[in-house]
Design a protein around this ligand. Structure first.
Ligand code: SF4
Ligand code: SF4
Length: 323
């Protein structure tokens, strides 16, 4: 049977499993090897939020990039930036925080160490990456319609996904308040031309503030780039000092990602410990009830015998593979 190698980085698309792993690590000290790179990527994202604001959204996230292109399409179609009225915009913005609160409540508050352990080593969690692949490979009509609706809404309303629904963005947005880096405006040299505000993709009134404090600020630095006055608008750790050039800021975020991933590889926590033989076994049996879950509960299984069986399959595969 021919097969492709699974890139560990795809675990970035398993944020719930990664959040479970993070709590498990914090309460038990065990860095589990089921989806370790997902946990590393989650920690890098959280670190960028604390250190460098919400720059992850504009400089790294693939959905952020897609959103940017859809924003351009929006401008091309409507010839201007259509905005929702504040009475609708503000309640909708709270949706992503409600979704985030639900996940934090379910995982951080509700799951004890034993429940976390049971989830992490469950057949369902082990194949969460395969299930994600099959979810898109055998995509249902309902999912297609949901994606079409999101696509259309993202053209009609700029930043629809990031602004209203993305819990990841909400999490980084909350953490961004801790970051010492902010976009500052020098009121003495500002000519009030408003180019910054007109450029801002998330409609922050940059020309009215001396320091952008909004959780919606993606630190894209488009406003900084648009400002015609020298050192009037800039990102820095304190007003007037330590100004970061936009390219240095972007490089710092990229280095955090590359450094985190490299550290994971060097310490042996990047690649999971599920062998190709185990994956082939999982794929063959994916329809069995043991791989399913109902709502937030994984199917019942016996952890010891399950892990013993996986170890047996791994050892059989190692004997068969020429080393
Ligand atoms: S344009 Fe400026 S204020 Fe607006 S999101 Fe980008 S960095 Fe933040
Ligand atoms: S672009 Fe610069 S000069 Fe113009 S309003 Fe914004 S901060 Fe002031």
């Amino acid at each position: 049977m021919s097969c492709l190698n699974r890139p560990p980085g795809i675990e970035a698309f398993l944020p719930i499993s990664s959040l479970v792993s993070l709590k498990y690590w914090l309460v038990t000290g065990i860095f589990n090897q089921v989806h370790p790179s997902g946990l590393i990527i989650l920690m890098i994202v959280l670190t960028t939020g604390v250190l460098l604001k919400r720059g992850f959204c504009s400089w790294v996230c693939p959905l952020g990039l897609l959103t940017e292109y859809l924003n351009r399409l929006h401008k091309f179609i409507f010839r201007k930036n259509v905005k929702l009225p504040p009475w609708l915009d503000y309640p909708l913005r709270s949706l992503k925080y409600l979704i985030l609160a639900f996940f934090l409540w379910s995982i951080i508050l509700q799951m004890g160490a034993a429940v976390l352990d049971y989830f992490i080593y469950s057949p369902y969690n082990m194949v969460a990456d395969i299930k994600m692949l099959y979810f898109f490979k055998d995509i249902s009509h309902f999912t297609i319609w949901v994606l079409v609706a999101l696509f259309v809404l993202s053209i009609l309303i700029r930043n629809f996904w990031c602004r209203y629904l993305c819990p990841y963005g909400a999490l980084v947005g909350v953490l961004s308040f801790l970051s010492i880096f902010k976009v500052h405006r020098n009121e003495d040299t500002c000519t009030d031309c408003r180019k910054c505000t007109r450029t801002c993709p998330v409609d922050i009134k940059v020309h009215k503030t001396s320091c952008v404090m909004s959780d919606e600020c993606h630190a894209c630095l488009k406003c900084v780039d648009a400002c015609p006055e020298k050192e009037t608008l800039y990102i820095s750790a304190s007003k007037g000092n330590g100004i970061l050039k936009p390219w240095i800021y972007a490089t710092a975020i990229c280095l955090l990602f590359m450094g985190g991933s490299l550290a994971g590889r060097i310490t042996g926590y990047w690649q999971n410990n599920i062998s190709t033989h185990e994956y082939m076994f999982h794929v063959r049996h994916l329809d069995l009830p043991i791989y399913q879950h109902t709502r937030a509960n994984v199917s019942a299984y016996n952890k010891e015998s399950w892990l013993r069986m996986m170890q047996g399959i791994r050892q059989t595969g190692e004997k068969r593979s020429p080393s």
